[in-house]
Write a protein that binds this ligand. Structure first.
Ligand SMILES: [Zn+2]
Ligand SMILES: [Zn+2]
Length: 241
């Protein structure tokens, strides 16, 4: 009886307020999840090609097989693997920028779902104890009102059945945005930006961020995390540039 009532109510809501794609506004088929992307947007969110760095997922030209990129060969090892849901372009880029800079927090749920599906279908399995979202500095958190990395981590944590540890890593230094800086400037910009917070018993961690470009942010987070009792850090991002 109650189920029938809920189905009827949902059908009536669909009739007057049909679900639309959160990104482009196109009508979704009746009965669709109201917090979703349409098929056109979803198709434009392309997964990474098969040819990329086996550690940091940096894309290579299609003809090259999987190996370590120059950066991973040169730099000390921090994370052991990057799970990337999509290539950072087209509608993925648009969705992430709307989430970060235009207060579209409702995009976090379907983006987080993409990430969760990507981790679940990866052939490289990882037993993680908890998820650590890349933290924002408290001033930026106040300005934005939410940490987009934490919001996209929520569906992933729910699907993996692991907790989110928000107090483990803190961003103590307010640094200029990484966007527009050279690789060397990005590295310097982040030096000592993060500190290790409360200690936890977790050994294996999945670090979550929205985008990975040169990877300096996640490298610096991992460097700090590995100073504690953490044994292994892997990284999960929505967009890989
Ligand atoms: Zn759409
Ligand atoms: Zn690499």
């Amino acid at each position: 009886m109650w189920t029938n009532f809920c189905q009827a109510l949902s059908a009536s809501i669909d009739l007057f307020l049909p679900p639309v794609c959160l990104l482009c506004g196109q009508l979704l088929p009746p009965g669709s999840n109201p917090r979703a992307f349409c098929a056109t947007c979803r198709l434009a969110m392309r997964p990474l090609g098969k040819s990329n760095c086996s550690r940091c997922a940096q894309p290579f030209p299609a003809s090259l097989s999987q190996h370590l990129c120059v950066t991973c060969l040169k730099r000390p090892r921090t994370f052991t693997k990057v799970y990337a849901a999509c290539s950072y372009q087209d509608r993925v880029k648009d969705a992430i920028q709307q989430l970060k800079y235009r207060n579209q927090i409702n995009l976090a749920q379907p983006l987080g779902q993409l990430l969760s599906e990507s981790v679940a279908t990866s052939t490289v399995r990882f037993e993680t104890d908890c998820i650590v979202p890349v933290p924002l500095h408290s001033t930026r958190l106040k300005e934005r009102g939410y940490n987009q990395a934490l919001e996209i981590a929520r569906p992933l944590a729910r699907d993996l059945g692991v907790p989110i540890a928000t107090g483990l890593l803190t961003r103590t230094l307010k640094t200029p945005a990484q966007q527009g800086l050279t690789a060397a400037e990005r590295k310097n910009n982040l030096r000592n930006a993060f500190t290790l917070g409360k200690s936890i018993s977790a050994r294996n961690i999945l670090l979550v961020d929205d985008v990975m470009t040169t990877g300096e942010t996640v490298r610096e987070c991992c460097r700090v995390l590995l100073q504690g009792s953490i044994k292994e850090v892997r990284v999960a991002v929505i967009g890989r540039a």
